[in-house]
Ligand binder design. Structure first.
Ligand code: UFG
Length: 327
């Protein structure tokens, strides 16, 4: 049985990644400091190490039992915050990753799957965005992800570390079987905010701009179900084991959905009013972001299965509906 270390595996995406590896029969160990990850996201069939990527000795001890590979998802991820607190983002995302990579090499673990982001591209020069699109991050968060991608490339050339850098577009949804139990705390993304509003946890939602040059004036994004993302991590890992080469791929649904479309569909599917105000544009939001996922399809045979709008909304609503009922 192959052994995999999932760093950041108690978080929103990390827990789905841990689940995907468990479902494919891997021996999974989650390493997480539980700063944004939650205990509810730990599965009985995985091991757990409470540790911090800023503590190399904790990483060393965690890796000492031997692993076939590592998935690294431990990072700060709020793009807006990253512009106010670059020091914290540099520490966690860059220094923390350097700690991980150095410890992996010391432990003789030569395969890592890294969670990168569409934020490495910045404002789109053309659509859909493929992997060759210029990399010009507009926020510090995207810069940290791009720096790590470059570091990975050097570690590959110099040390033979094989990696997959996976650039997520807008991750959304929850395990459709309801096995991931933790709801993200203080969400900053559209769909969980819509759900908190539908559940009555927030009084209303703000729609950041309806004066964009899009079909209904609101921003268009490429939402991809977190289970589809998670499965790509397993596939990418197996691809590296089979073929040996590092790779960088986008993951998106290639389907643009506007903010207003998402809110309207959420109203219809939840049966809740979801009060919404039209607010000014949020700084730094491009009008439209849509991925080309052709490379992931060709290289990994990856196809999104759960990324249609209805599945995104219903799988998320199931989490929030229970939450409002349990309050
Ligand atoms: N939005 C609202 N109201 C809200 C929250 C969001 O109108 O209360 C809008 C935003 O303006 C944007 C869209 O909904 O147009 C999606 O916003 P999110 O904050 O959910 O996501 P972003 O597209 O800003 O960013 C997300 C991740 C980033 C990642 C990026 C890649 O949060 O980390 O996708 O595409 F880099």
């Amino acid at each position: 049985m192959k052994k995999i270390l999932v760093i950041g595996g108690a978080g929103y995406i990390g827990s789905h990644v841990a689940r995907a590896f468990l479902d494919r029969g891997y021996d999974v160990t989650v390493f997480d400091n539980l700063q944004s990850g939650v205990r509810e996201n730990l599965f009985d069939d995985a091991k757990f190490i409470h540790g911090d990527i800023m503590r190399p000795e904790q990483l060393r001890s965690a890796m000492s039992s031997g692993f076939d590979g590592c998935v690294h998802l431990a990072a700060l991820k709020a793009a807006g915050q990253s512009m106010l607190k670059p020091g914290e983002y540099a520490q966690s995302n860059i220094s923390g990753t350097i700690n991980i990579l150095n410890q992996l090499l010391e432990a003789g673990i030569s395969t890592v799957i890294f969670s990168s982001s569409a934020a490495v591209y910045g404002s789109p020069r053309y659509l859909p965005i493929d992997e060759e699109h210029p990399k010009d991050p507009e926020n510090f968060y995207g810069f940290t992800k791009l720096e790590i991608e470059r570091l990975l490339d050097w570690y590959d050339r110099l040390k033979g570390l094989r990696y997959a850098a996976i650039r997520y577009f807008n991750a959304a949804g929850y395990d459709v079987r309801g096995r991931v139990r933790g709801v993200e705390l203080n969400p900053e993304n559209l769909l969980p905010i819509v759900m908190e509003t539908a559940a009555g946890i927030r009084p209303k939602l703000s729609i950041f701009g309806t004066d964009y040059p899009t079909r209904d004036g609101s921003c268009i994004r490429d939402y991809v179900h977190v289970t589809d993302l998670a499965e790509a991590h397993v596939t990418a890992f197996e691809h590296i084991l089979r073929n040996g080469g590092s790779l960088t791929v986008n993951l998106g649904s290639q389907n643009g959905v506007s903010v207003l479309e998402m809110v309207d569909r959420a109203r219809a599917l939840t049966g809740k009013p979801v009060p919404a105000d039209i607010a000014p544009r949020r700084p730094g939001d491009p009008a439209e972001l849509v991925a080309s996922s052709e490379k992931a399809k060709e290289l990994l045979g990856w196809e999104p299965k759960y990324s249609d709008v209805d599945t995104l909304i219903t799988s998320t609503w199931r989490m929030y509906e229970n939450r409002s009922a349990s309050r």
